[in-house]
Design a binder for this molecule. Structure first.
Ligand code: ATP
Ligand code: MG
Length: 422
């Protein structure tokens, strides 16, 4: 019989890979919490309307990438394509913004119906941060400093660059839209099909086009940065000042507009050249109007999300293996199951941090030692009738040439803890 396969674009994270995931997740969690962010977990499914309202009708995600669900009686549900909309829904639903001032982090799977390729999956993980209630650019700068610190902790800081831009305020964008339309309308026929459609819906988004001709046209377009009003301009200049003071390198990319409607003022992306076409590993920006749009009291907000798979691929390129922790010991036994289990449990009670595998498949010593070897454990613990009678355990070195020794059972856990690998 043919076995079933995972859904296209959705991947298993197998035991051999999970050590790297756990390592990455623990570094992120440590750094997020060091800056005062607390974890939030929201459902994978929300009302479709939440996403369409937040992200905007003319965005890639809403136009083509949504996973709508057909569940009994529950019309209009979708798998979440990103984290921010659900987090905003949750903090409003539970009144967490009175008084305003909340910092939350999340990590979990997102779903987008995209063409699967390197760096692009249909289920992928994002880790993200959201900070509510701070209007000034200091939070923008702190968020960027936090992410820079994470790149250093992961050992990839030399391989990523930061791009920033300001999208201005709503009125700035409205005015700029007209300027851009004046420039683009005569060139309409030269734009790619998607961009022609966006010309009417949301011309700003044309900066996102991957089409070479369109990109060339956009390079000469009037700049949004020249259309910023005084308060958005000051916000951006102060942000740059903070980044300079913190010694954080960045380039201003006037064509950086981000793919979602809820952004305004500061937007940023970290990119790498090591991953080919899908080189953005982290992106975000301000969404000062989103909370009001979702029915809350006007509250400033800023957030970002990083693509975990892309990040892991970049880390793996830099770091050769080394994420897995091997077991301390592998218990090989000729005794009846009740004795083997009782002794294994005894060792685990005495040494709560021990990583101990008991061979429960049984068979000859030879077969058990083969498995002990494959487990990558540092030591083999051997139990036979003599050991049972004398209350001892025999220790054999599986990785080096230490001499075999016999330990009193009540001292074995302590000895193993003192002789851990690495
Ligand atoms: P792109 O331009 O690559 O489609 P995006 O603007 O749609 O990116 P965001 O919505 O900003 O991406 O998501 C933040 C991060 O999540 C991205 O920078 C990327 O690292 C990751 N990401 C987005 N979509 C996918 C996907 N389909 N597969 C894997 N990672 C993804
Ligand atoms: Mg996308």
């Amino acid at each position: 019989m043919k076995t079933l396969q995972a859904v296209r674009g959705m991947h298993d994270i197998l035991p051999d890979d999970s050590a790297a995931w756990q390592w990455l997740e623990s570094i992120l969690k440590t750094q997020f919490e060091a800056y005062g962010y607390e974890e939030i977990r929201t459902p994978l499914v929300e009302q479709t309307e939440l996403f369409t309202k937040a992200m905007g009708q003319s965005t890639d995600v809403i136009e083509k990438e949504m996973y709508a669900l057909q569940a009994r009686g529950d019309a209009h549900l979708s798998l979440r394509p990103e984290g921010t909309a659900g987090v905003v829904r949750a903090v409003l639903q539970h009144g967490l913004l009175n008084p305003p001032g909340l910092k939350a982090w999340y990590c979990g799977p997102m779903f987008r119906y995209e063409r699967p390729q390197k760096g692009r999956q249909r289920q992928f993980y994002q880790a993200g941060l959201e900070a509510f209630g701070i209007e000034g650019p200091s939070i923008d700068a702190e968020l960027i400093a936090l992410i820079s610190r994470i790149w250093r902790a992961l050992g990839i800081d030399r391989h990523v660059v930061l791009e920033i831009n300001s999208l201005g305020d709503r009125a700035d964008r409205a005015q700029y839209r007209e300027t851009l339309l004046d420039y683009l309308t005569p060139l309409r026929d030269q734009l790619d099909e998607d961009s022609q459609r966006r010309l009417d819906l949301n011309p700003l988004r044309i900066f996102d086009s991957k089409n070479a001709t369109t990109q060339a046209i956009m390079l000469d377009a009037p700049k949004l940065s020249d259309a910023l009003g005084p308060s958005a301009r000051t916000h951006f200049e102060q942000l740059c000042g903070c980044l300079d003071a913190l010694d954080i390198n960045y380039t201003i990319n006037p064509g950086l507009v981000r793919g979602l409607d809820y952004y305004g003022r500061t937007v940023f992306e970290w990119k790498t050249e090591q991953l080919g076409a899908q080189g953005t590993i982290c992106a975000g920006g301000r969404y000062d109007e989103l909370i009001e749009m979702q029915g809350g009291r006007a509250t400033p907000g800023i957030g970002l999300a990083m693509g975990m798979e892309r990040l892991l691929e970049l880390i793996r390129d830099q770091q050769q293996g080394g994420f897995k922790t091997s077991p301390d010991a592998y218990l090989v036994s000729a005794l009846a199951a009740e004795h083997t289990l009782a002794i294994a449990e005894r060792l685990r009670t005495d040494g709560p941090a021990l990583r101990l595998i008991a061979d429960l498949q049984g068979g000859s010593f030879k077969a058990q030692f083969k498995r002990a070897d494959r487990s990558a454990a540092r030591w083999a613990l051997v139990l036979g009738d003599d050991e049972l009678e004398q209350g001892t355990i025999t220790v054999k070195d599986l990785r080096g040439n230490a001499e075999q020794l016999t330990l009193n059972l009540n001292q074995a856990a302590e000895w193993l803890e003192q002789n851990r690998p690495g």
